[in-house]
Design a protein around this ligand. Sequence first.
Ligand code: ATP
Ligand code: MG
Length: 385
Amino acid sequence: MWETWLLKPGELTLKGGNRKFFEGTLKSNIQRLMAKIDDKIKIRFTAGRYYIQAPQEKTMLVENALSHLIGISGWAKTASCEKTQKAVLDECIKEAKVLSLAGIKTFKVAARRTDKSFPLTSYELCCLAGNEINTATGLKVDINNPDDIINIEIRENAYIYSSGKKGLGGLPVGCAGKGMLLLSGGIDSPVAGFLMACRGMSIDAVHFHSYPYTSQEAKEKVIRLAQITGSYCMGINLYILNFTKVQMLIKKNAPENWITVLLRMAMMEAAQKTALKTKNKCLITGESLSQVASQTIENLNCTQNRITLPVLRPLIGFNKENIIKEAKAISTYEVSIEPFIDCCTLFTPPHPVLHGKVAEANAIYESLELEPLIDEALATYELVK
Ligand code: ATP
Ligand code: MG
């Protein structure tokens, strides 16, 4: 047996002249996700709705993919029937009986009619279906706080569905260029990547480790974070760079209170070089203003001053509580809090500079002559797709 899902696109309905491009991107993302599940799955886009038809036994996989799909505002498993009053009402009653068996007590009907030749208006259809369902099943109408909503959409066919799920919203991944995420093992950077993906950006990621000062487990944790984040981003290419030599040189030759800012400057430089090689248009970080000493406005300015690509910081105005809420929602939180040392926590100075001056930062940075070591790290990267 085959099942059908109806998907409602999100924001892209507002996109004017670019709408076709956005719709096409979303369709190809759906196709890519479904092809991984079963190459027999059919996808159709008609009059503002996407439809997926898949074998019933693939339900869990399809619904899991839809819960990770950016660009849709909602989705539901749907029944379809002829556009006659009788067929629609019969289908509504069938749907209501299933809900009743599941223990639902109250409902409301929401109708939408894009085919205006259907003889009833949406309002008339709601009233009629509400009454018929009530008579046939005993379920009560509750307009304000129903246990479930029975939806009727009169389009090229009639579609009837309940238990609609909220989608992630946003714009389809791939319609807003590609950005290089600086991915640490912490809570913030996966959320930053997810938020930019919700603005339509494809994501690559770069991670710096300092093996053997940081462990193999810390690296594997970042790979898992990239996999979870990538499940929303149509996949992520993760570039892993060994920064041990860069970090040791900074520790050996730089004033102790500057260590963290200088390491961040080196990371930005290496991330930019990786981004330029891989056609990424910007860098993305999980920085949030005043979260830690390296994220004062002066230190953020030092960190990015040698970089020409735009540096996007989607979390800049978030507090930690809200970042954690997002991280839990995308299931990266539990992995992020696993206790492995990141290279940033290695050699953290007890009294870091708080309001670094760009000229001083640059003078120290240049005196360290980090360039050859950064290039060496770039030449020996590991790529995890
Ligand atoms: P998170 O690391 O997720 O931000 P955090 O609070 O530990 O949590 P910081 O250590 O302050 O964050 O790092 C700020 C930002 O710098 C990170 O969000 C990330 O974008 C980048 N960053 C830090 N460490 C690394 C690393 N080892 N590899 C790649 N990027 C990093
Ligand atoms: Mg942080």
